[in-house]
Design a protein around this ligand. Structure first.
Ligand code: HEC
Length: 155
């Protein structure tokens, strides 16, 4: 038991430091961008925090289809549509247990959520993997929510 606790703590610390040093590397690259620094720096969009999301009924069918296409290419590797965990939690019921605004920010501002939101942090402790920022626009995130609502049985 103690062994397990220690290794979990170590892992979390490693993840933490891995992220810290990436941040530092990026800051350094911003100060003095040499070509190799630039090559090493991935373009990253830090989205603006989403404050409100309007849900409409019935579902927007085009968004459901578009959301599914994004899911297939960018989310399916880690999220099942059932309640079974893969790398991240399964999506069944996600629109019932989370506010739309929370989901939007989880998709478009995942760093902010993992740093500040207790629920997101709890999931990180369970999954031990940080959900990556995939540069999803707010518009696409909204379509993903429509697809999640469909998956949760809304019409
Ligand atoms: C590399 C794996 C990975 C990919 C790809 C990924 N996620 Fe995640 N996701 C996670 C993990 C892991 C968590 C749990 C939080 C954490 O540990 O960072 C999570 C959590 C979530 C949550 C919260 C789920 C809940 O039950 O509250 C949502 C919503 C979400 N992801 C949406 C998406 C969307 C949308 C995409 C595709 C655009 C996506 N994720 C792609 C790994 C991934």
């Amino acid at each position: 038991m103690t062994g397990k606790t220690i290794s979990l703590t170590t892992l979390l610390l490693l993840i933490f430091f891995a992220c810290t040093s990436k941040q530092e590397a990026e800051n350094a690259a911003k100060k003095s961008p040499t070509p190799s620094d630039l090559a090493a720096t991935q373009p990253e969009t830090h989205g603006t925090e989403v404050k409100s999301v309007e849900l409409t009924n019935p579902l927007n069918k085009e968004w459901v289809t578009a959301g599914q296409a994004i899911y297939d290419s960018k989310c399916l590797a880690c999220h099942k549509l059932s309640d079974e965990k893969l790398v991240g939690p399964g999506w069944a019921g996600v629109t019932k247990r989370r506010e739309p605004v929370w989901i939007m920010n989880m998709i478009t501002n995942v760093e902010m959520m993992l740093e500040t939101d207790p629920e997101a942090q709890k999931m990180l402790e369970q999954c031990l993997v940080r959900m990556p920022n995939q540069n999803i626009t707010q518009e696409d995130a909204r379509k993903l929510i429509e697809f999640m609502r469909k998956n949760d049985g809304e019409k």
